[in-house]
Every structure is written in structure tokens, then in C-alpha cells.
Design a protein around this ligand. Structure first.
Ligand code: NAP
Length: 452
């Protein structure tokens, strides 16, 4: 085999990169690294459990993994178990596809009060993420406020309010389901700093709210006021028009159910108040200024409060620093030119980046296909000119891992866990019963644990 490529991360951007490389370069052999035992990144740990169709993309990833030039190393954390420098001994080039799984913070007083959560922790909680699965989440209050108008906010609102009998057959974590069964949350406010024409919701994701039984959608007519620039946005973009029309359908309706999702616009959070826990969130009302499709919110000085028991910030994701790799603190991404990693304006040879950590936390799963094609194109263009690694051999690499005492999960190990989860789920009438901890994994695989 001529070239050895390491991919850091097993989410969609990692798998799409592997797929392109295997197809476009017959001389390339690929090793993929994942810090958790299970692959697929946010497809497994981010997508809401009541949206299983989105997860079907993993069938295509299974096909990629069947290629004999591909190997999976789960439970191996690059930057902790192995450094980038060590990787460069074994790989001619590295693609960083490590995504983003930390929420942006609001940066307002009271954000750390009990009852204030980030969307990523809630999403991780219901998806059995090892870090968040036991999140100490209080659902004893009636009112939750979600800040941010993206699809993650809709996911979180749906899961908080959906009838638990509808969640039970999904692969939601048992811990989350048990808490949701006792939840007292009845009102969820989704609050945006700009208007309905600027909300980031996808129209078909908004439509999923219509399928929720026993939940009202509430929008006050005065919330839907549009300035001239927003009217132009509606007239010139069919997706924007559909989103605004969705909200119009729900104005001035009579309340029918005890549970509701309310949409409020033109409000920026300024403070969370409470004695020992969240009791209220304070917003400043906004107007919009600027050209159509480039409008910003501007405070009016008018304040508006919502009494609430829980605040969830859902204002986008942020990447984590990888030791040895440059990081743009402002954008929260790895600086790059078309996927070639850049340090102080100079290209860092043999290191590439793709996915959210390359372009920021925007776009759906499918967008990563084109994004990774750009990165792989650059890598293949550079490959013949690059300095080669000194140990281009998978067997030698496995010896190195063994020598370091790093116990890894292969793709066939993962398939055993995958089948086990589905079998256990079937017994309980669920899509799958998720395995959440590495100790359970070793137990199922019949190995003993040396690493947590
Ligand atoms: P997002 O779509 O970027 O939405 C973030 C929201 O937070 C926007 O409304 C934004 O307002 C607001 N915001 C940002 N900073 C703020 C601040 N400081 N104060 C108040 N509000 C602030 O992010 P996301 O919901 O996390 O989604 C990430 C990506 O995943 C998106 O591309 C999304 O489509 C995708 N996704 C897709 C699905 C699906 O297809 N089922 C599900 C989940 C996520 P501005 O517009 O004013 O900046």
C-alpha cells in the first residue's frame, strides 16, 4: 500500500472523507479514530431519537467500513492517548474531522445557576452520551425557555414535551425517559434575537411540530411584524416565506392543550435571575437594522421578563482545541484554506480538516459530503509532494497501540455492540437499547477493561 491516511473523528465528515478517498485513490489505506467506542458522531449522539430516518445514513457508512483498506479504532482519543506528532510517524496525511460537540455560551450573568443548561448537554443526555447521560436535570418546574432559533432548539423542545409513550419505542436513553416520565414541564418558550424571517429553522423540521399530539403551538400576531428589509427577504426566498407562513398559521388560536410551544422573536437575553436556581430570564427587546439578508439585532432598551424554571441555550456549537493544532478562538474552528490547515498564514503540511470544525457549525449531514470532497481533493493534489511518514504500516501501528496499553474497538466489535443493542431493544419493543459505557462494552465483547 502506498499511502496511509489517518482520519480523526467518525462522524459524517469523517466517513464521507473515507468514502471519497477509497474511491478516488486506490493506493490509499485509511485508519479512522474515534475517542468514544461508538462511531457516527452527532448522527448517533446528536440527532433526536424521535427522528430515526436521519440516522439511516449510517448504512452507507457501514459500506465504507467493509472496504479492506479501511480500519476503525474506537476508544482512542487523539490529543490524549496519541499525539498528532505520534500520528505523523504512521500516517502520510491526517484529516481532522473531529466536529463540534460543545455549545456556545450566552455569556450573561446567571448562566451558571442550577436550572440553566446548554443544548449540547440536554442532547447528550437523551442520546446516552457518556459525558451527559447522568446529567442532573431538574424537570420539576412548569416552564422552560430555549434561547436560539435553530433546529437543535426544535429537537430539544419536542423531546421535553412529547408524550413519553411516543418516545418509549425510540432509542432514547432509559435515564432520560425515566426523568421525562415524571417531568412537569408544560410550557416551552423558544426565543430568538431576530425575527421570524431570520429564524434558522428548516421548514420541514417546523412541520414535525404539527405531528405532536396534545401540544399547542402559540405565536402572537404582533410577534410577526416585519420591517421593510424582512418583507424583501420573505419575497425573495421561498424557504424564508414558508417559515414565516408556518408561524402565521398559529396566530390567534385558542388554547386547547395543557402543553405548548411558544415562539417569541426580537429578544436578546441579558440576565438570568434566581435565588439558588433559575427563576426568571430577562430579555432586551430588539429592532433589526441593515440590508435584507444581512440584518442585525439592535437593543431598544425595552426589557421583557419570562418567569421560568429552566433555561436552555441553543445558540450553536463550538469546537474544542486539539493539542498541536492551531485554533481560531473567535470562530471556534481550525483555520484552513479549503481544508488545508493553516498556522499564522502558512499551510501546515500533511494536516487537513473537514466538517463543522473546518467551516463552523452549519449545515445538515449531507453538506459534509461536498465539504469533505473539497478537503480530499486538496489532500490528493498534495499527496505526491508530501514528506512521507516513517512507519507506513498498520500492523506496526497496532503494535504501538498495544505497547502503549491502549485498548481499541474495531469496526467488527462495534457491529457486535450494534447488533446487541438492537436485539435488547427488540425484547423491550424499542428501536435499540443503547449501551452507554465502555465497561458495558468490554463486558459484552468478553474483554476486560483497562481503560475507562
Ligand atoms: P443554528 O441553526 O446556527 O441556530 C442558532 C440560533 O442561535 C440562531 O437563531 C441564532 O440567531 C441564535 N444565536 C446565536 N448566538 C446567539 C446569542 N449570542 N444570543 C442569542 N441568540 C443567539 O444552530 P443549531 O440549532 O445549533 O444547529 C446547528 C446546525 O445543525 C444547523 O445547521 C442545523 O440546521 C443543524 N441541525 C439539523 C437538524 C435536522 O435537520 N433535523 C437537527 C439539528 C440540527 P442569529 O440567527 O441571530 O445568529
Amino acid at each position: 500500500m502506498k499511502y496511509r491516511i489517518g482520519i480523526v473523528g467518525s462522524g459524517p465528515s469523517g466517513f464521507f472523507s473515507a468514502e471519497h478517498l477509497l474511491r478516488m485513490c486506490e493506493e490509499c489505506e485509511i485508519d479512522m479514530f474515534e475517542r468514544y467506542f461508538d462511531p457516527f458522531g452527532l448522527v448517533r449522539k446528536g440527532v433526536a431519537p424521535d427522528n430515526p430516518k436521519i440516522r439511516e445514513v449510517t448504512k452507507a457508512f457501514d459500506n465504507v467500513a467493509k472496504n479492506e483498506r479501511f480500519a476503525y479504532f474506537g476508544n482512542v482519543e487523539i490529543g490524549k492517548d496519541i499525539s498528532i506528532g505520534e500520528m505523523l510517524n504512521f500516517y502520510d496525511a491526517i484529516i481532522l474531522a473531529c466536529g463540534m460537540e460543545t455549545s456556545q455560551r450566552l455569556g450573561i450573568p446567571g448562566e451558571d445557576l442550577p436550572g440553566s443548561y446548554t443544548a449540547s448537554s440536554i442532547v447528550g443526555w437523551y442520546n446516552c452520551h457518556p459525558v451527559y447521560r447522568s446529567l442532573d436535570i431538574a424537570l420539576e418546574g412548569r416552564v422552560a425557555v430555549i434561547v436560539g432559533m435553530g433546529n437543535v432548539a426544535l429537537d430539544v423542545a419536542r423531546i421535553l414535551l412529547r408524550a413519553t409513550e411516543e418516545l418509549r419505542p425510540t432509542d432514547i436513553s432509559n435515564e432520560a425517559l425515566e426523568k421525562l416520565e415524571k417531568s412537569k414541564i408544560e410550557e416551552v418558550y423558544i426565543v430568538g434575537r431576530r425575527g421570524p424571517a431570520q429564524a434558522k429553522f428548516k421548514e420541514n423540521e417546523l412541520q414535525t411540530l404539527k405531528g405532536l399530539s396534545n401540544i399547542d403551538i402559540i405565536v402572537r400576531e404582533e410577534e410577526l411584524t416585519l420591517n421593510e428589509a424582512s418583507i424583501k427577504e420573505v419575497e425573495n426566498n421561498v424557504s424564508v416565506k414558508r417559515v414565516v407562513e408556518f408561524f402565521k398559521e398559529y396566530t390567534n388560536l385558542r388554547r386547547k392543550n395543557s402543553k405548548a410551544i411558544h415562539f417569541l422573536f426580537y429578544r436578546t437575553p441579558v440576565r438570568i435571575n434566581g435565588r439558588g436556581k433559575v427563576e426568571e430570564i430577562v430579555f432586551e427587546k430588539n429592532r433589526l437594522v441593515g440590508e435584507p439578508f444581512n440584518q442585525k439585532s439592535e437593543g431598544t432598551g425595552v426589557v421583557d421578563n419570562i418567569r421560568c424554571d429552566m433555561v436552555i441555550s441553543s445558540i450553536g456549537y463550538r469546537g474544542n482545541i486539539l493539542p498541536g493544532i492551531p485554533f481560531d478562538e473567535i470562530k471556534g474552528i481550525i483555520p484552513n484554506e479549503k481544508g488545508r490547515v493553516v498556522r499564522n498564514g502558512r499551510i501546515l503540511e500533511r494536516i487537513y480538516v473537514t466538517g463543522w470544525i473546518k467551516r463552523g457549525p452549519v449545515g445538515l449531514i449531507g453538506h459534509n459530503r461536498a465539504d469533505s470532497l473539497e478537503t480530499v481533493g486538496c489532500l490528493l493534489e498534495d499527496l505526491p509532494k508530501l514528506e512521507r511518514c516513517t512507519i507506513p504500516n498498520r500492523e506496526e501501528f497496532i503494535k504501538f497501540l498495544n505497547h502503549k496499553g491502549i485498548k481499541f474497538i474495531t469496526y467488527s466489535d462495534w457491529k457486535k455492540i450494534d447488533e446487541y443493542e438492537q436485539r435488547q431493544g427488540k425484547l423491550k419493543g424499542k428501536l435499540r437499547e443503547r449501551i452507554c459505557s465502555i465497561d458495558e462494552v468490554w463486558e459484552i465483547l468478553g474483554k476486560s477493561s483497562t481503560k475507562v
